[in-house]
Write a protein that binds this ligand. Sequence first.
Ligand code: CAA
Ligand code: FAD
Length: 389
Amino acid sequence: MSPDFPTYAPSDEHEMLRSTVRELAEAKIAPFAAQVDEESRFPQEALDALVQNDLHAVHIPEEYGGAGADALATVIVIEEVARVCGSSSLIPAVNKLGTVPVLLAGSEELKKKYLAPVARGEAMFSYALSEPEAGSDAASMKTRAVRDGDHWVLNGTKMWITNAGVSQYYTVMAVTDPSAGARGISAFIVDKDDEGVSFGAKERKLGIKGSPTRQVILEDVRIPADRIIGAEGTGFKTALATLDHTRITIAAQALGIAQGALDYALGYVKERKQFGKAIADFQGVQFMLADMAMRLEGARQLTYHAAMKSERAMNGEKVPDLTFVSSACKCLASDVAMDVTTDAVQLLGGYGYTREFPVERMMRDAKITQIYEGTNQIQRMVMARQLLK
Ligand code: CAA
Ligand code: FAD
């Protein structure tokens, strides 16, 4: 018998980390969450608080100056930040998304040079795969990288890039051999200060309004040849292998948003009185709460299970079902987050529909988790391919 079952249980250290982050998030991030949403502005207070407490990119290994937190600890950090502010949770989540390609496939020089400033909180890292005409079908990208002596020259437009403009560094996927399909795509590190890099206007979004989403426009961007991540032609595989680890962080964001909405609704139903008693006394309300908590806990367990598999894979173990569990937890947790936040609005009645209460923001923030890092239709396609192969 394999003693596999205890491996995804959070340890005492994980639970201590959760309390620390919860306290910090409630004190330093929650007070600005509504304003950040209302004004569609970057949550600088959250970045400052996270950096001060070394929680902005906890996944970076100690050898590159990071906190060396495991995948489950990273999930817990993202979950607890998302519980109070979905936008702010994209700081640790996207720092992980941008840097995992370097961790998985980058040279030792790239790791040393580009991970240390992120670990120190001096730079953020974004991930640029999508394009205006290439979203779900990411391999159909048009951005080109052409070798010119000791340099690569990049041209193209990346779309929907989270934290674009705020991040210093970008993992950019680009076509190096147009005749080779997905095997003709390579990954590069682009610096915001490289000549020819510019950003589109901020997208005006339904939710996660504090997280800037912009185009990254590359016009004859000339970068040294050694900024390629891994071998030429391996960029698409690196991009997908990265998502195997980071879809779990989007699941974490979804869990956190849903937990925030459930916690708020639990407090509200005990206070709100109708028909002479607290609405929490009605069985119809109790059953809704029970369903919300039940589905949330199910999604959480799958996410933690996936996180531990991700950790094992990062440590060099072969984990054949990582792709499946990663897609599964992102898909389940985001669907649960949409249901739970919608039910939370319902439980607050008309008040829930207003900006005086946080649950409508949480419902708007939850929606994106069904769309990015691959829509939930794409997650189902990924899972089905794994089942049928
Ligand atoms: N790990 C490593 N390699 C993988 C892989 C994985 N998980 N999955 C597939 N590959 C390899 C395949 O083996 C294949 O390689 P070979 O040709 O050598 O065999 C190659 O990658 C191409 O694979 P497919 O033929 O399966 O590729 P496809 O074109 O059919 O597309 C897809 C696959 C699953 C649809 C993929 O395009 C996809 O995931 N699309 C969704 C896009 C996405 O998730 N974007 C996220 C953007 S980031 C974001 O949104 C940011 C944010 O949240 C903040
Ligand atoms: P499309 O691919 O055009 O899909 C439209 C619809 O068709 C969807 O419902 C989709 O599920 C469905 N569909 C497509 N193909 C199939 C199929 N084969 N079977 C069934 N249904 C299908 N990308 C990055 O690279 N970096 C980022 O940092 C980033 N951040 C983002 C932040 C935000 C706020 C948003 C909105 C997007 C972000 N993205 C980012 C892009 C995101 O990953 C894409 O939006 C997503 O993958 C979907 O691509 P699309 O928008 O082009 O939709």
